[in-house]
Structure formats: C-alpha cells, structure tokens
Unconditional design. Sequence first.
Length: 116
Amino acid sequence: QVQLVESGGGLVQAGGSLRLSCAGTGIIFRINAMGWYRQAPGKQRELVAAISSGGSTTYADSVKGRFTISGDNAKNTVYLQMNSLKAEDTAVYYCHAEFRYGLDSWGLGTQVTVSS
C-alpha cells in the first residue's frame, strides 16, 4: 500500500523558513511527478510546487522566488524549502504523487502556521 508521509511543518514567525519532507513507501509504479499542495481554512486546495521525475519544476506565482522544490528519485522523496514565509502561507500542506497509469496518492498533510 502506497503511503506518503510528510514532516517538517510547524509554527514560524513571518520572514522565517521551514523545510518540508515527504517520503513515499510501498511504491511499485514509476513516479511521474511529486508535488506539494496547500489548503487554508475556507479555501480550495491549491498547487504550491511540483517536480517531475526529469527534474522540471512548477511553482505557484505566490511562492516563486521564496520556495524551492527538490526531489530524490532513488528515495521516492520530495522536499519543499520555504523561505521568507508570510502569514498567508499558513495552511495544511499536502504531499502528492502521480504514478504511471494515471494513479495518484496523497499524504495526510502537515500544518504550517506563520505568525505575523
């Protein structure tokens, strides 16, 4: 059974940094891409950043220049370095993986709270 386990969330002051990690286990299909989504209270879940197995990256406009996504294909792991955090970055951050054959999986989420 595929599991994506996130870690690294927490409480940080505005302007600070956090690094999220997501490790996948039980994966038997090739991963096409991994990414991070977030959902703030009362808002829809949105893409924050994604990285393909080939290393191509995509970022939401709101995080460009502040967040960096990276991955380790051999470990089925993806990271999100978040710098210059703002109060509006407060949300639950979810790890997502896209597999071959159109399958995907979600982590349970990790809370990121930025105090102003």
